[in-house]
Design a binder for this molecule. Sequence first.
Ligand SMILES: [Mg+2]
Length: 219
Amino acid sequence: MPFTHAVFDLDETLYPASAGLMQDVARRITDWVQRHLGLGPEEASHLREVYVHRYGTTLAGLLAEHREKVDVEDYLAYVHDVPVEEYLRPEPTLRAMLTGIPLCRVVFTNSSSEHAARVLNALGVADLFERVVDIRALDFIHKPRREAYERLLALLRVSGPACILIDDRVVNLQPAKALGMTTVLVDGLPQDGVDFAVGSVLEVGPLIQRLLARERCGL
Ligand SMILES: [Mg+2]
């Protein structure tokens, strides 16, 4: 099955975790949980860890256990209200790498399309993605739930083997692998559910070129 789509996670995949952006988002998530559930800072951050472990994200946990207290739009706006442009700069090498990928480029994120647009604009690569599949497009079904990936494939109208999925979390790659996608872990070590592991997103372009060459040779 020929590859047609390169599907990238957004945060800490298209830019390194060391940028610090997500630490700021995490602080705002803890703050939101604290205020809306009436918890102290330590309880709120413990609850977040539990939810991320059990449900994949804090929002998924909040929706599962405190649906009545959660205004999803308020949550998304609040947690992403960070100065993205202070953390991220246009990255010409990222731009060159993405431009060289001769596949449909997609962003697949548990965040909102507004946050994705800000990040992609700050990195100077927004025009290189044909589509952003955000948490609303997923009907608030988060990665790593299998249904999120099934919905992605339905939205893109492709089957798993046509997609290469790139993400910085192993748990987000495993369901993709189970659906036949080729999986690439950024900034991690090879393990179950991971076809390829790269140190930086900049290595994804050359990797995809090798996969396409193998495909052309019928390997
Ligand atoms: Mg990520």
